[in-house]
Ligand binder design. Sequence first.
Ligand SMILES: Nc1ncnc2c1ncn2[C@@H]1O[C@H](COP(=O)(O)OP(=O)(O)OP(=O)(O)O)[C@@H](O)[C@H]1O
Ligand code: SF4
Length: 269
Amino acid sequence: MDGSGKGNLDQVKHVLLVLSGKGGVGKSTITTELALAFRHAGKKVGILDVDLCGPSIPRMLSVGKPEVHQCDSGWVPVYADPQQQQQLALMSIAFLLEDSDEAVIWRGPKKTALIGQFVSDVAWGELDILLVDTPPGTSDEHLAVLENLRKHRVDGAVLVTTPQAVSTGDVRREITFCKKTNLKILGIVENMSGFVCPHCSECSNIFSKGGGEELAKLTGSAFLGSVPLDPLLTESLEEGRDFLQAFPESSTFTAISHIANTLLNSLNA
Ligand SMILES: Nc1ncnc2c1ncn2[C@@H]1O[C@H](COP(=O)(O)OP(=O)(O)OP(=O)(O)O)[C@@H](O)[C@H]1O
Ligand code: SF4
C-alpha cells in the first residue's frame, strides 16, 4: 500500500464512526443499513471499512473484491450498487490486501501507520455522510483512525451493542475510550433486540430488552433505537440485497429508518 497521501475529506460534510465493544454484535450490519437508509433519504454516502478483523461490508453490498485504482488525489472508492438501486461509495481495507490473512501478520507501528495512511488516502469527492466501520473493541488501530480523521473533523460515534453485551466490560471500555479521546457519542443502538418470526413477523424478546436504553441513560448519551434479529435481514445481507428496498413494510425497516432519521436530525442540528 503506497497511497499518495493527497486524498482528502474536504468535501465530506459529516464523518461518523461506528464502534462496538465486542465482535459479532452487528456493527457492520448497522453500518451498511444506515448507509442505505441515508442513501434512500437522498444523501450522498460513503463507507470506509477499516475492520481488519472481518471486513464484511464488501460482501453485504455485493461488490466482491474489485481492483482499486489510484488517481492524483488518492485511492478511488468502489461504487456499490445493489440491484442497480442504491449507489454508495465504498473503500475497504480488504480491497488492498493480497489475501485475507495478510493483515494478521502486520504488527504494532506498521499496522497503525498503514491504517492511518489508508484513512487519509481515499479520494471521496463530494459526500454528505461518511460512515467508518472500525474493528471491534478499542485499540491502537482505533486511535490511528481517529487521529487521521480528526485532521478533518469527526462528528462522533454510534455505539452498537446487543442486549446480552450491554453490561459487559467491553462496552464500558468503549465508552471510556470515547470519553478519553473526546469523541462525542452520537447515540447507542441496541441490535439483535428481539427476534422477528419469519412466519408471522411477530417480534419476541428471546433475550432481555432495554439494556441499550439503560446504558444510554447511565452514560448521558442518546438512545437511537433497537433493531430486532430478523432472518430476512440476515438473508438480504448474505445475498447482497438491499433489505430496505425489499421489505419496506417490515418492523425492522421502521426501526432502521427511525435510527437513521434521528441521526440525520442530530447532524443537521
Ligand atoms: N439485526 C440483525 N438481524 C439479522 N441478522 C443480523 C442482525 N445483525 C447482525 N446480523 C448478522 O449477524 C452476523 C454478524 O453481524 P456483523 O458482521 O454485522 O457483526 P460485526 O459486529 O460487524 O462483526 P465483526 O466482529 O466481524 O466486526 C452477520 O451474519 C449478520 O448478517
Ligand atoms: S411467533 Fe407465531 S408463527 Fe411464529 S413461530 Fe411463534 S407461534 Fe409460530
